[in-house]
Write a protein of this length. Structure first.
Lengths: 282, 110
C-alpha cells in the first residue's frame, strides 16, 4: 500500500510541479484571468487520461506499442517548442511588469498565449496522468472487489501528496522579490523544457532511432539515486537521471545555453526602449 | 539571430546525433508474467546494439524500468515493445516492473 502511494506520488509530481509553476507565475504577475486556462488544460488531460485508461484493457483499441512511444516523443518535442515560446514571452512580459502591476490590476493575455498555457498544462498532466491511471487501473483490475479500495485510496493519496509537495515548494517562492521571482520561475521553466527535451531524446534512443553515442557518460547514483525522494523530485522538475547518455547530455547543453542567450537578447533589445521611456516620462 | 533560428540549429544538432547507429542488432526476447520476468536473467555481448523485445503477458499494464539502463516503458497487456540498449560495458544491469516492484530481472553484459 505504501508502494502504491509512493508510485502515485512519483508519477503525479511532474504534472503538479509544472501546473504549479504556471499558476504561481500567473498569480504573481497579475494575470489571474489566465488561470482558468491552466485548469481547463489540466482537467481535459485528466479526462483524456481516464478515457485512455478505460480502453487500456481492450487490446484491439491499442496502437502499436512502439508507435505510441514515438507519438509520445513527438508530443514531448512539441511541448518543448511551445514551452520555449512561452518562456520567451513570459520573460518579455515580466520585465515591464514591475510598475505596471501597481497601475493595472489584471493584464489580458493574447489568445495564442492562453492556448499555450492550457496546452502545456494538458501535456504535463496527460503524460503523468496516463501512467497513474494505467497503474491504478491495474491495481483495480487485479482485485475486482472491495480489497482494491485501500489501494486506490493510497493511489489518490499519493497524487494528493504530489500536489501538496508542489504547493509547499512554491510557497517558498512568495518570499522572493518580484524581480527575483521572475528570474527563478524563468530558469525553472527553462530547466523543465530541457528535461522534456532530454526525455524525448531518451525515447528516441530507446526506440532505436537515435544512437546514445556513449551509453553512460557518468553515474551520479552514489549521490542521488533515481528512486530516492530527491531523485524523484529532480526527475520530475528537470528530468534528472543518474546515468545519462552522451546524446541526452548534448541535447541539454545545446538547449540551455541557447535559451539563456535568447533571454539575454530579449533583455538587451529592451534596455534602449526602457531608457527612452524613462526619458519621456521625465 | 532570432530565437527561432537558434531552435533550428539545436534541432539540426540533435538530428546529427542520429548518424552513429551501429549496423547489427541482437534481439533478446523478454516476457513479463504474473510470477515475474521470464527469463529473469538475459545476456548480451558488450558493446553490441541490443533490441529487447518486452512482452506483457499479464492482464494489466506494466512499466519496464531500469535506472542502470536509463530506460522506462509502459507496456499494455498483450503488447510487445522494443527497447534498445547499446554500447554497454560488461556488468550486471538490473531492471524491474515499476508498477509491480516484486518483479525484477537483470541483463548480464559480458
Amino acid at each position: 500500500m505504501l508502494e502504491t502511494l509512493l508510485i502515485a506520488w512519483r508519477e503525479s509530481l511532474e504534472a503538479a510541479l509544472v501546473v504549479g509553476i504556471l499558476l504561481t507565475y500567473l498569480a504573481r504577475s497579475g494575470q489571474r484571468s489566465a488561470v482558468p486556462y491552466v485548469w481547463v488544460g489540466s482537467l481535459l488531460a485528466l479526462l483524456a487520461a481516464l478515457a485512455c485508461g478505460l480502453v487500456s484493457n481492450d487490446a484491439a483499441s491499442h496502437l502499436d506499442a512502439d508507435l505510441q512511444e514515438l507519438l509520445q516523443a513527438g508530443i514531448l518535442f512539441l511541448a518543448v517548442a511551445v514551452l520555449t515560446w512561452m518562456i520567451l514571452w513570459m520573460h518579455r512580459n515580466a520585465a515591464g511588469l514591475g510598475d505596471e502591476l501597481r497601475r493595472k490590476a489584471d493584464q489580458a493575455l493574447a489568445t495564442g498565449r492562453l492556448v499555450s498555457l492550457a496546452a502545456i498544462a494538458f501535456v504535463a498532466v496527460f503524460r503523468e496522468g496516463l501512467e497513474t491511471v494505467l497503474f491504478l487501473w491495474g491495481v483495480l483490475v487485479q482485485r475486482p472487489d472491495l480489497t482494491a479500495l485501500p489501494f486506490v485510496a493510497a493511489g489518490l493519496g499519493g497524487a494528493t501528496l504530489a500536489v501538496a509537495t508542489a504547493w509547499l515548494f512554491f510557497r517558498g517562492f512568495r518570499f522572493l522579490s518580484l524581480r527575483r521571482f521572475f528570474r527563478v520561475t524563468g530558469i525553472l521553466l527553462l530547466l523543465v523544457a530541457a528535461g522534456l527535451l532530454v526525455s524525448g531524446v531518451n525515447k528516441l534512443i530507446g526506440l532505436g532511432y537515435l544512437s546514445p553515442i556513449v551509453a553512460q557518460v557518468w553515474s551520479t547514483a552514489w549521490l542521488v539515486r533515481d528512486d530516492s525522494p530527491l531523485g524523484a523530485f529532480l526527475a520530475a522538475l528537470v528530468g534528472y537521471r543518474s546515468r545519462p547518455s552522451l546524446a541526452e547530455l548534448l541535447a541539454f547543453v545545446t538547449y540551455v545555453p541557447l535559451m539563456l542567450w535568447a533571454l539575454h537578447r530579449v533583455d538587451a533589445s529592451r534596455a534602449p526602449a526602457e531608457r527612452a521611456a524613462a526619458r519621456s516620462a521625465a | 539571430m532570432r530565437p527561432r533560428t537558434s531552435l533550428a540549429i539545436a534541432f539540426a544538432l540533435l538530428l546529427g546525433v542520429a548518424g552513429g547507429v551501429a549496423a547489427e542488432d541482437r534481439t533478446v526476447p523478454l516476457a513479463v508474467e504474473e510470477a515475474g520476468f521470464a527469463p529473469a536473467e538475459i545476456e548480451a555481448p558488450a558493446g553490441a546494439r541490443v533490441r529487447l523485445e518486452v512482452t506483457n503477458r499479464t492482464a494489466v499494464a506494466i512499466e519496464f524500468e531500469s535506472f542502470e539502463l536509463n530506460r522506462e516503458r509502459v507496456i499494455q497487456p498483450g503488447q510487445t515493445a522494443a527497447v534498445y540498449v547499446s554500447g554497454l560495458g560488461p556488468g550486471r544491469y538490473e531492471f524491474f516492473d515499476d508498477f509491480h516492484q516484486q518483479r525484477r530481472g537483470a541483463l548480464l553484459v559480458r
